[in-house]
Design a protein around this ligand. Sequence first.
Ligand code: ZN
Length: 168
Amino acid sequence: MLRNDYEGQICALARSLELIGERWTLMVIREVFLGRRRFSEMQENLGIARNVLTSRLQRLVDAGVLEKRPYSERPHREQYYLTEMGLELWPTIVTLTYWGDTYVPLPGGPPMILRHKGDCGGVINDRRVCEKCGKELTVRESVATEGPGLKPALRELDRVGRVERSAA
Ligand SMILES: [Zn+2]
């Protein structure tokens, strides 16, 4: 067991944060929700150090949030899936994402919009209800789509990167 960040706290929230409050952990879980299941995909998209990603994934597997399943035998390759325990973090991720869009927004608006998968296509609100058909949705009925803030934010990242590279 790793060191305890909230020693002396008898609190379920502290116990949850002990596991999912670590830096990068919820981002790794979000990657799997978005269908990026392979180590290399997550590493590339997050730009996270390989050793950090390895340790976060291992911790989540040990805790039962993720499970590894092989997708190739030769060479042996595995990808990550959310267990029931992991899938139940979806409301938390949706809530924190909307909270961020509201209180620490990007200048161009939300970079991602959740929609009701399939024919409906309605926008899913912060209570995970489709604003078009009124249905309360599960993660399997949702799909992440590009929001208006994504492209401006990517351009800004690129601009900052170029400034930093030219200053180096
Ligand atoms: Zn709908």
